[in-house]
Design a protein around this ligand. Structure first.
Ligand SMILES: *[C@@H]1O[C@H](CO)[C@@H](O)[C@H](O)[C@H]1NC(C)=O
Ligand SMILES: *[C@@H]1O[C@H](CO)[C@@H](O)[C@H](O)[C@H]1NC(C)=O
Ligand SMILES: *[C@@H]1O[C@H](CO)[C@@H](O)[C@H](O)[C@H]1NC(C)=O
Ligand SMILES: *[C@@H]1O[C@H](CO)[C@@H](O)[C@H](O)[C@H]1NC(C)=O
Ligand SMILES: *[C@@H]1O[C@H](CO)[C@@H](O)[C@H](O)[C@H]1NC(C)=O
Ligand SMILES: *[C@@H]1O[C@H](CO)[C@@H](O)[C@H](O)[C@H]1NC(C)=O
Ligand SMILES: *[C@@H]1O[C@H](CO)[C@@H](O)[C@H](O)[C@H]1NC(C)=O
Ligand SMILES: *[C@@H]1O[C@H](CO)[C@@H](O)[C@H](O)[C@H]1NC(C)=O
Length: 576
């Protein structure tokens, strides 16, 4: 997270061909922490978009049909209703991968760079030993007490709704059919739950269910699912889940390691590297899927991204107290009493409490993240209130002007798209309105932990619509997220991706929609060009065009006079 932009934009400007590998590798060395997120994807996108131009549209059509044929085998889930809004959702800064007709050479290079550049993270505790021995030492018996088991049961009930099988790990009912249940019914995710004798073979991305001798109905079913929350995203490779029949069971591969704890197989690639997607596609689904297990689950990560493991290590270590296994590199046969394949997800950057274990909400998630990063506990006021009530207590009767620490506003500038071209002027205006400003420019490079503390010390987080606002997880209750909405009918996505979640997390949400003249599109195309005068007509021609103009091409020159009342409104909110 952090300012979602590159540390050195000149050296990482769109690259192609021979120089790409080195530059990218270098880039990844520099990239530490939240600050950079989606830039790789953006570079890739800008490179590709200039190469492919209008062919991007074709690429997407191809990829959709590829999904369809892909899933023609067996229980094919319905195609996603390929509506524009949800595509836009994926395009939120980092979703540009959708534009590629296929995995390109460059993308492979990028992938390699990720692995080479970031593989040496000792803290990541990767089990890349390939034989499963390493995990053994931490595979302590899962001290599942009654309440743990109850939570597991709650989760299982949610998954196995409608099925009346009696499915406890310890006492397999030998006569009832107990097969891996793959549920392909949700529009967002597929998920499989295997109880009993589950064997994972990471090297060939397969998880087996070996039924007990004599179990009925073991007719050798097979599923192939994407083990992340965007089930139609072709960048997520599939994992095969197989229920063996009686004769196959006799020849089942022997366990090379046995574990008492349960396991979860999920993918870390996809649209990750954009902080918004890191949270929406992986971390929140992971929270939904495993938080109630209190760390008693081992992660088997397919397409592991070392930078992700490093960046979010505090969260990952809390959700699982066991070593993370690099699934693709795992040549062993690991045996678990229970394996889940896939991640549950309810909506973009959201949680539906009615479907979540313990009825978790987004508020719970924000407070959880704050706990993980050791920020002040839930009851604490926004810093402005906190400081001033302390000051008032220390010096009763002192004049208000002397007491008051100014409200603090973090102003995030973006690196390459939707950037504030008059940033210094905006900083000045915010100061003049009575705030202390913490300007965050793309080159700032902080650890997530440091960055989280800085955000926590602010009363307002301000930025143009974009992934930098994902830092709102570190704000305190009642702090303000001030989102500058770019030109081009961006109000809906702005609310859906940031405004709505902010409210659910008990932050105060303020939007400032810029006027056409505040967009650099106005200078570039003139007021009469439909790009400026009729954004709706552009959106109607397909999301690719909308993305090109309003998400990618546009910068913002905030009219600080027009913006001033918004700042006053925010100031009032903070003081009230
Ligand atoms: C994508 O690449 C694979 C192999 O790399 C190839 O088999 C396939 O035909 C390509 N698909 C498209 C749409 O280019
Ligand atoms: C990994 O990092 C450690 C210490 O940071 C260093 O000693 C070691 O040589 C590095 N290994 C590789 C393969 O880069
Ligand atoms: C599940 O099995 C246990 C013992 O095997 C039994 O006592 C219990 O009644 C069963 N529950 C259901 C819902 O079938
Ligand atoms: C997967 O790998 C295991 C051993 O690692 C092997 O026994 C099994 O046959 C392989 N399955 C497939 C489908 O290749
Ligand atoms: C089990 O599955 C294998 C492979 O699909 C098949 O050849 C065999 O006939 C099946 N055996 C039984 C008993 O169904
Ligand atoms: C996860 O964090 C919570 C809240 O800080 C803490 O109570 C719990 O012990 C942590 N779990 C693990 C496995 O570290
Ligand atoms: C969660 O919410 C649903 C619907 O609001 C309710 O039926 C259910 O009992 C709740 N579950 C828990 C564990 O509180
Ligand atoms: C800035 O906004 C003010 C107030 O809305 C307006 O009067 C002024 O013309 C605007 N300036 C520019 C350059 O558009």
């Amino acid at each position: 997270m952090g300012a979602d932009s590159p540390p050195s934009s000149s050296s990482t400007a769109p690259v192609a061909g021979v120089g790409a590998k080195n530059t990218v590798k270098q880039y990844h060395r520099i990239v530490v922490g939240f600050l950079l997120g989606f830039f790789v994807v953006l570079v890739l996108y800008t490179t590709l978009s200039s190469q492919f131009g209008s062919r991007t549209a074709i690429g997407v059509l191809q990829s959709l049909s590829a999904v369809r044929t892909d899933q023609a085998t067996g229980a094919a889930p319905p195609l996603p209703s390929s509506n524009t809004p949800s595509n836009l959702a994926q395009e939120e800064d980092g979703g540009h991968k959708n534009d590629k007709p296929n995995k390109t050479e460059e993308e492979h290079i990028q992938d390699d760079a990720h692995r080479i550049g970031k593989n040496n993270q000792s803290e990541a505790k990767l089990d890349v030993n390939n034989n499963g021995q390493n995990a053994e030492k931490t595979g302590q018996p899962a001290a599942n007490d009654a309440s743990d088991r109850m939570e597991e049961e709650l989760i299982r009930q949610e998954i196995d709704q409608g099925s009346n099988k009696n499915d406890t790990i310890m006492e397999p009912a030998a006569t009832a059919p107990r097969k891996p249940i793959c549920d392909l019914s949700d529009p967002r995710y597929d998920i499989c739950e295997i109880s009993g004798d589950a064997r994972t073979m990471g090297a060939n991305r397969t998880v087996l269910y070996v039924p007990p001798v004599g179990e009925l109905g073991s007719d050798g079913q097979e599923w192939s699912i994407r083990d992340q929350s965007r089930k139609h995203l072709e960048f997520v490779n599939k994992v095969t889940v197989k229920s063996l029949n009686a004769s196959q069971s006799l020849a089942a591969p022997e366990c090379t390691s046995r574990h008492a704890v349960r396991a979860l197989v999920f993918a870390m690639n996809g649209l990750t590297s954009n902080p918004w997607h890191d949270f929406s596609d992986v971390l929140i689904p992971l929270f939904i899927t495993t938080r109630a297990l209190e760390g008693e689950v081992q992660f088997l990560v397919s397409d592991l991204q070392p930078w992700f493991v490093d960046k979010y290590r505090l969260v990952l270590k809390n959700l699982s107290r066991y070593d993370i296994i690099d699934f693709n590199q795992d040549g062993g046969v690991r045996c678990y009493p229970h394996v889940t394949v896939g991640l549950r997800s309810h909506r973009d950057l959201g949680i539906d409490p009615a479907r979540a274990p313990r009825n978790y909400t987004m508020l719970d998630f924000r407070l959880y993240i704050r706990e993980i990063y050791r920020l002040p506990s839930a009851g604490v006021s926004i810093p402005y209130k906190e400081a001033n009530s302390n000051a008032a207590a220390a010096a009763p009767g002192a004049p208000a002007e002397q007491l008051q620490r100014k409200p603090r506003l973090m102003l995030i500038n973006r690196g390459r798209t939707r950037k504030f071209v008059n940033f210094p002027e905006i900083v000045g205006a915010v100061q003049k309105a009575g705030f202390e400003v913490i300007p965050i420019e793309p080159r700032r490079d902080l650890s997530v932990e440091d960055f989280a503390r800085t955000v926590d010390s602010c009363d307002v987080l301000m930025g143009a619509h974009g992934a930098g606002l994902t830092n709102f997880f570190f704000l305190r209750t009642n702090a303000v997220m001030l989102q500058v909405v770019p030109w081009g009918h961006m109000e809906h996505p702005s609310m859906a991706f940031y405004g709505g979640p902010a409210k659910e997390m008990r932050l105060r949400d303020v939007e400032y929609s810029i006027a056409d003249v505040e967009s650099t599109l106005y200078d570039k195309y003139g007021k009469d060009n439909p790009v400026v005068s009729d954004p709706e007509s552009i959106h109607k021609q397909g999301w690719q065009l909308g993305m090109r103009y309003y998400w990618i091409e546009q910068d913002i020159r905030l009219n600080v006079t027009r913006f001033a009342p918004t700042l006053q409104k925010v100031l009032q909110m903070i003081r009230e």
